[in-house]
Ligand binder design. Sequence first.
Ligand code: PLP
Length: 401
Amino acid sequence: MIDVNKIRADFPILNRKVNGKPLVYFDNGATTQKPKQVIDAIVNYYSEHNANIHRGVHTLSREATELFEEARKTVSKFIGAEAEEIVFTAGTTDSINIVAAGLDLPVGSEIIITEMEHHSNILPWQLWCEKNEGKLKVIPVEVDGTLDIGLLESLITPQTKVLAVTHVSNTLGVINPVDALIKIAKQYGLIVLVDGAQSIPHMKIDVRELGADFYVFSGHKVYAPTGTGVLWMNKQWVGKLKLSRSGGGTIKTVSFDKTDYVEGALRYEPGTPNIEGVLGLASALKYVNEIGIEKIAKHEHTLLKYATERLNEIPEVEIYANHLEKAAVISFNVKGAHPFDVGTLLDKYGIAVRTGHHCTQPLMARYKIPGTVRASFAMYNTLEEINIFIEALQKSIKMLS
Ligand SMILES: Cc1ncc(COP(=O)(O)O)c(C=O)c1O
């Protein structure tokens, strides 16, 4: 069991009121709040160590470099990887763009994605296809929110080179059977990218067990600062993934005729990185480790189960992918009401939920809806908050009918 009250005390923003009511923050799928340990790591960096990294011989520069490279080790341990395989990026979107632009695929290649992908795991591949006469193929989503994984094999042809799939749907919360998908993809020699933006905060990740080529995530969805992200690549890719951007910090020697790049992950990190963000990310992952990801997952599952039961009691509510094997995300609609109206009324009660298409317009088209209301939970949420939410939702439904 986790001590939620103790955890809540670490998150200053949870004390604030919204529209005169205590904040109930259920928009964790969009971004999580930050504990004071993360905020302190940033303040400490600027108060004590601020300098550019990897370049200076002076004390501050050496300290900042050490902290930054320590952070790389912390991140690598968190996902069972090696430090050399970790590239710091600006987020999931940035990571996927680096991979899509860096794979040396033959013209006319086919990329398989799923119908539930976030736009960030569609558009970089779509761009690649537009430039290279490629083809995007899509595994459809069943009405219950599952993927028909049997279909994957029928989509694969000799031109198929990549499978890019989300581990957890940001809209539905559905946990995809990535193990099975990767197994099939690997039988056909496909390169596999797993979008971990919504799995990293909710479950233990071991990239070796996963068996993908790339696993990517954003720091801000796992209690770390915005503008931070990770591109994990299996070490066979380090050096092999083409550079799609370059600049200072990535090289051994430069002349106008030829440039030699460094061997490791640093070759993919041109320019001055988001140093304070990366230190905040390391601090966030340490925080998660101290509490324990399995314990967090258990707590979130209790919240998910309770919220699902309570929502299912309301006749006007329709939940999508209404089964319990999900990460801590519930998407629903109120019959006859626009999700924006529901979200706006809930905000009056201090409740933050997400409304809209959640950057998954093809999935919305599949369900023939403009959007959903999405409540997504984190380690600091409570059963009492769910009661407040249900009460406010019932009042909102009355107002809307
Ligand atoms: C599944 C998934 N993929 C990608 C992204 C994009 O993440 P970011 O905006 O941090 O790059 C998100 C963000 O909501 C997401 O949920």
